[in-house]
Design a protein around this ligand. Structure first.
Ligand SMILES: [Zn+2]
Length: 156
């Protein structure tokens, strides 16, 4: 399904649409008792890769949603760089994932809620590739509500 032209349309509604898909994946993680973070990678208006947090299932602290999505996108494209791609992720990427985003040279990163503790921007903005455009706060409340409810249930 094509949502917009190859020239790209960065309107709010398109970003919300893809963030909803990332949220859907975050909810799958939630159901699996994983920290509920979801990610999709979009190229030419189409979702080419999906990921959600799998750190518990894989016993791997690096199995973040973005890492899953980057690997799947590279496999889909048959190349290691994600030029022309946008990463949608429900929570601001951590330093590791922002570093991976640097290496794959993704064009845009759109995230939902900020992570004041582990988000990359708490450490250094220069982690992000200079050519990568950033947009935060897309469906912020939905994204942060999900993760807060997860940790609330954990404490109970
Ligand atoms: Zn991460």
């Amino acid at each position: 399904m094509k949502y917009f032209s190859a020239e790209g349309d960065t309107s709010e509604s398109v970003d919300e649409l893809f963030m909803r898909e990332a949220l859907r994946l975050a909810k799958i993680a939630y159901e699996a008792d994983e920290i509920p973070i979801g990610a999709v990678i979009v190229a030419n208006g189409q979702v080419i890769a999906k990921g959600y947090n799998l750190t518990e299932r894989l016993h791997d602290v690096t199995a973040h949603a973005e890492m899953q999505a980057f690997t799947a996108a590279a496999n889909h494209l048959g190349g290691k760089y994600l030029k022309g791609c946008t990463l949608y992720v429900t929570i601001e990427p951590c330093v590791m994932c922002a570093g991976a985003a640097y290496w794959v040279q993704v064009d845009r990163i759109v995230y939902g809620a900020k992570d004041d503790k582990r988000g990359y921007s708490a450490f250094h903005d220069r982690i992000i590739h200079p050519k990568t455009e950033i947009k935060g706060g897309v469906l912020e409340t939905d994204c942060s509500d999900l993760i807060q409810s997860f940790f609330r249930n954990k404490r109970n």
